[in-house]
Design a protein around this ligand. Structure first.
Ligand code: HH2
Length: 276
């Protein structure tokens, strides 16, 4: 299986690590840490040195309850960082739902659009479809980050997430986006309670089998890990690495993580012990 992106055809025969770069004042675990372009770019360089297979650069915090920034503000945060990161030799993803930001990032040559709203904002799908080479990650969420934790009733969360991702992938393909450019994400922590997130992990193989597209999963430092361990957000390294390994073990192709070095080491051991 491959993920076709603007400059890279990413081989997913082994699990890949996507390093998170939040250029935001308010992200739940690293808000304000890389808030200037220079600091964010230095962080990009560090993550690549630690073994990140790709970088995901975002200017909107989507933590529960947060409100999105203006498009101009989001652009000002991410575009200078993307421009620098495109010189680092790894695929670069922009974590955005905003068509203005997508178009500007795609014009710079960004490799992937990662959209927690699965290209549902007006103009987003057309913006992506206008760039036939780019890759995309479509994620499951209900509502908006400001309201999503009031929309957590599911009969069967695995079926609901599978239905959504299957339908959304079909709509994106119908708009002219090749299937090999699409990766899907169950959206851990987005409109879900801890028990839903854990069921999505334990039954992740069902999603992989049903969707027949690679799965990207983000467990890094998230609240469910706090519930399981009783640990605050900055004390969730071991829990995050364990969750990334479990996700890979259950068939995830890409894990989206803050702590790249530790995840890369753990995946090397997992690959030797359990990989093909
Ligand atoms: N999670 C977050 C943001 N973007 N994208 C995908 N595809 N999957 C995810 O699980 C995902 C995502 C939230 O995490 P983080 O970036 O650390 O925090 P914040 O949204 O507060 O910036």
């Amino acid at each position: 299986m491959h993920w076709q992106t603007t400059r890279f055809r990413i081989d997913l025969s082994r699990p890949r690590v996507m390093g998170i770069v939040n250029v935001t004042p308010d992200s739940f675990s690293d808000g304000g840490r890389h808030a200037t372009a220079a600091a964010a770019l230095a962080h990009c360089e560090r993550l690549v040195a630690e073994g990140a297979d790709m970088l995901d650069i975002g200017g909107e915090s989507t933590r529960p309850g947060s409100a999105p920034p203006e498009a101009a503000e989001e652009s000002a945060r991410v575009l200078p960082v993307i421009e620098g990161a495109l010189r680092l030799g790894v695929p670069v993803s922009v974590d955005t739902s905003e068509p203005v930001v997508m178009r500007a990032a795609l014009a710079l040559g960004v490799d992937i659009v990662n959209d927690v709203r699965a290209l549902r904002r007006p103009g987003a799908l057309a913006s992506l479809a206008a760039h036939p080479g780019a890759g995309v990650c479509l994620m499951h969420m209900r509502g908006e980050p400001s309201t999503m934790q009031a929309q957590t009733d599911y009969d069967d969360v695995v079926a609901a997430v599978g239905d959504f991702l299957e339908q959304r992938a079909a709509e994106v393909i119908a708009a002219g986006v090749a299937a090999e450019r699409i990766v899907l994400d169950p959206g851990i922590g987005f409109a879900k309670r801890p028990e839903h997130n854990l069921v999505l992990l334990r039954r992740q193989r069902e999603l992989v089998a049903r969707l027949r597209r690679p799965l990207l999963v983000g467990w890094s430092r998230k609240g469910t890990l706090g519930v399981l361990t009783g640990r605050a957000v900055h004390e969730r390294l071991a829990a995050s690495v364990a969750a990334a390994l479990a996700a890979v073990h259950h068939g995830a192709a890409v894990v989206r993580v803050h702590d790249v070095a530790a995840t890369v080491d753990a995946l090397k051991v997992w690959q030797a012990a359990c990989g093909d």
